[in-house]
Each structure stands twice: as structure tokens, then as C-alpha cells.
Write a protein that binds this ligand. Structure first.
Ligand code: ADP
Ligand code: MG
Length: 242
């Protein structure tokens, strides 16, 4: 059973059709990169997978939760699907520990002690155990993004979605966040990541999907997709042309 199963999903914003019949599946433990031009629908696809955007038709099943155009089943789904965006959005008035403990406390009803234990464990996972009492403002952008990842992991999601999580960072800070993602991948986390980091996608993702104009235009094992792109559109994209 795939962890993520997407069948013929159509998504419109008013007259603009952004997803034009997207189908895909992600197996447990698989790391899938999504690449493509700005505006091709990558973020919309991730947002639909997490139920942040309703779909007009088709079917999405994530971690056993079914989403269709009715919008039922959202709450349960979001507990099992973590999503991290380009902007990390930590709560500035809460310390790192409380940032991470909040959702497990509120959404899962964990005790303070259990939530704290999760904060400690997930911070260790992203290599920031010593920052548990820090204020977000006192962390670098890369560290804040790693805390945001830890915060998502604290819900013990079955799948993690990452939308250009290094794009807002200075180049010297992207490496530490990519290393965190790579460690997660190595630990067997099921991951879908939208990224501009082509070398990273090629090396770390088992499979890469190239989105073009609201469709999955080409996909395959990362090494093959980057090494021998079949379609003109992907070749042009990888060559950096418009
Ligand atoms: P990508 O992440 O690949 O850059 P997006 O999924 O963000 O692409 O956007 C795909 C298309 O949908 C773009 O044309 C964008 O302008 C449009 N779009 C995205 N979000 C909205 C929205 N909330 N309302 C209207 N149009 C949107
Ligand atoms: Mg986007």
C-alpha cells in the first residue's frame, strides 16, 4: 500500500486550472523530489496533499486518509502529514521547546512531559539539542528552519512534505538544512520535497518528478531523470533556459 496515492486530481483557482489531472503514488520510505518551473503547480500539489487546498475532482489518499472534493477527513489527515514551507514561521514569543510542544499538546493531547520528551528527541534528530531553551530570534535562519522541521516531526507524521525549505536561506545556510533532510531520508522517512537543489535531488531522492503546466510531465529514478532526460521541456528546464 502506497503512503500517498493521488488519482486524477484537478485543482482550479477560479478559471485557472493549476492541476490538470495529476496521478502519482509514493511508497513507504520513498524520497521523491518534485522539480519544475515557477507556476507549474508544485506548491499547489503539496498543499492539496495536506488538505490545505480543496480539490475539484479526483482523489487523494495519504496515510490511509481519503480526501476528495467533499473535504471530509481533513483533521485526521493533518496529524499524519507534516509540511514545512520556505518561511519557517516559528512563534517568536515562544522558546524553541514550546514551539515544538504546542501541536502535540493541543492536537494530540499529550502531557507536558511527553511533549517535552518529543521536543528533545526531534531536536536531537535535527542536531539542535542544545537550543531547546533558545528564542527563535537568537537562531540563524538555518537553525530556525531545522527547528521548524523538528516541530513537524514531533507530530510523528507518516509522511513529510517540504516546499523549497532552503529557498529563503543564505547560501551558506542551505547546507545544514539539506544535511538534516538527508539524515531524515536515511532514517527511512517518507518524503516529498519540492526543491531547486538539483544536485541534492539527484543524489538523495529515489525518484524525481518534473512538473510542467499542471501535469507530471516526466518522472523516473533520479539518476536516470537527471542523467538522461527524455522530454524537450525537461531538457530545457535542466539547461536553465525558460
Ligand atoms: P509552483 O509552486 O510550481 O511555483 P504554484 O503551485 O504556487 O506553483 O502555482 C501554480 C499556479 O497557481 C500559478 O499560476 C499561481 O499563480 C497560481 N496560484 C497559486 N496559488 C493561488 C491562489 N491562492 N489563488 C490563485 N492562484 C493561485
Ligand atoms: Mg512553489
Amino acid at each position: 500500500m502506497p503512503v500517498v496515492q493521488v488519482d486524477q486530481v484537478h485543482k482550479r483557482y477560479g478559471p485557472l486550472e493549476v492541476l490538470k489531472g495529476v496521478s502519482m503514488a509514493v511508497e513507504r520510505g520513498e524520497v521523491v523530489a518534485i522539480i519544475g518551473r515557477s507556476g507549474s503547480g508544485k506548491s499547489t500539489l503539496l498543499r492539496c496533499l495536506n488538505g490545505l487546498e480543496p480539490i475539484q475532482s479526483g482523489r487523494i489518499e495519504v496515510a490511509g486518509h481519503v480526501l476528495d472534493a467533499s473535504g471530509r477527513g481533513l483533521r485526521a489527515l493533518r496529524k499524519d502529514v507534516g509540511i514545512v514551507f520556505q518561511s519557517y514561521n516559528l512563534f517568536p514569543h515562544l522558546r524553541v521547546a514550546e514551539n515544538i510542544m504546542l501541536a502535540p499538546r493541543v492536537a494530540l493531547g499529550l502531557s507536558k512531559r511527553d511533549a517535552r520528551a518529543r521536543a528533545e528527541a526531534t531536536l536531537a534528530q535535527v542536531g539542535l539539542a542544545e537550543k531547546i531553551e533558545a528564542w527563535p530570534d537568537n537562531l540563524s535562519g538555518g537553525q530556525q528552519q531545522r527547528v521548524a522541521i523538528a516541530r513537524s516531526l514531533a507530530m510523528q507524521p507518516k509522511v513529510m512534505l517540504f516546499d523549497e525549505v532552503t529557498s529563503a536561506l543564505d547560501p551558506e545556510l542551505t547546507g545544514e538544512v539539506l544535511a538534516t533532510l538527508e539524515a531524515l531520508a536515511r532514517d527511512g522517512m517518507t518524503m516529498l520535497l519540492v526543491t531547486h537543489e538539483m544536485a541534492f535531488a539527484r543524489r538523495v531522492a529515489h525518484r524525481t518528478i518534473f512538473m510542467h503546466q499542471g501535469l507530471l510531465h516526466e518522472e523516473g529514478p533520479s539518476e536516470a531523470l537527471f542523467g538522461a532526460p527524455r522530454t524537450l521541456e525537461l531538457r530545457q528546464f535542466l539547461a536553465g533556459g525558460l
